[in-house]
Design a binder for this molecule. Sequence first.
Ligand SMILES: O=C(O)C1=C[C@@H](OP(=O)(O)O)[C@@H](O)[C@H](O)C1
Ligand SMILES: C=C(OP(=O)(O)O)C(=O)O
Length: 413
Amino acid sequence: MTTTTQPLLAEIPGSKSITNRALLLAAAAEGTSLLTRPLVSEDTVAFRDGLRALGVAVTEHPEGWRVRGLGRGPGGRAEVWCADAGTAARFLPVLAAAGSGEFAFDGSEQLRARPLGPLTAALELLGAQVLTAEGGGLPLRVRTRGLRGGQLVVDSTTSSQYLTGLLLAAPLMERRLSVHAPGLVSKPYIDLTVALMRTFGGQVAVGPDGLIQAGPGGYRACDLRIEPDASTASYVFAAAAVTGRSVTVPGLGSAGLQGDLRFVEVLRTAGAEVEIGAEATTVTGAGQLRGGFEVDMGDISDTFMTLAAIAPLADAPITVRGIGHTRFKESDRIAATAQNLRRLGVEVADGPDWLTVTPGPVRPGLVRCHRDHRIAMAFSVLGLRVPGIELDDPACVGKTFPDFHQEFGRLFG
Ligand SMILES: O=C(O)C1=C[C@@H](OP(=O)(O)O)[C@@H](O)[C@H](O)C1
Ligand SMILES: C=C(OP(=O)(O)O)C(=O)O
């Protein structure tokens, strides 16, 4: 099935994780920053508008978003709507707490159900007053006169985002922050946080024992070009793997900052040909997807559904491990993936933090998205090979890739 034609060039929008970190860093910095090629999607618009509510001027221009930094935390009173964005709920309250005033945060039902406890406990230890809903999540109210810094232990078994939120705001605290994060999941996102803090002039050091020390000293404004989103790119790379086509994503390569590009290594294990250049990555599908392996995707868990959804097309079972924390995302992703595959006639076994997919015939059917953009995009890849797969909520892709269906149709339609 492998073709010798030119690779398809995929247009992948900017990274959500870089856009939202850069927005916050620029907001905290002294001076004006220009963010070029930001992701414009529900998650980043919620984050940008959250910053505006906190008093930060973010203006839109043809060349990107310009952010006038406060040079400190926000002040006064504000109400912030986080929509479905985990990053907004976990990063913005810390920025606010590093300022002075009273700030309220809320989000969708889906976001209200996601955990926040380790973050709010940390904010209280740092000197803020925090009021949460019963159960410890959103809605949340923060009353503050700044954060002290000092030593913290942050349970990071359900998400790395609490640690990122605390680190991003550390240069605004009175003293240096030293954090241990036992059980840390999604570690490449912490590497990303540290790299971007340094880009904006923030002081941060990572010890061999995992202790991270950051701040004080603030941030400096910076112009930054946002890379394409590596998690989003997983769908077009997987599509190449199962259609025998060749797909290149320009702007995404070994020079980049995102851990999720490692998904192409998993596709290589599954038999695809992979070329990672400094500034572009190409995946070319072989005739048959190869199974018969187990892979720990704990570090790159946003992409496990991309693999699980195409696994029925492999020649032997595929097991994904290390993904227990994905039960606390937009959906319980292990359950949602397993249920959908079973509805399509596929044999799946699953446990607390793993899932095994056994290849076999896939029948047409309706995929329940659970308002989870990644369920919608992952099963769209399977739909390239199995006619009659439909999504109950195609629009939920707007969280990170509003034009997903158009771009997927242009490339593979
Ligand atoms: O920090 C970030 O930008 C993210 C961290 C990861 O979350 P967890 O740390 O909750 O796994 C990832 O799944 C999410 O899409 C983005
Ligand atoms: C988990 C995700 O998002 P967040 O936690 O940022 O809401 C995601 O985009 O897959």
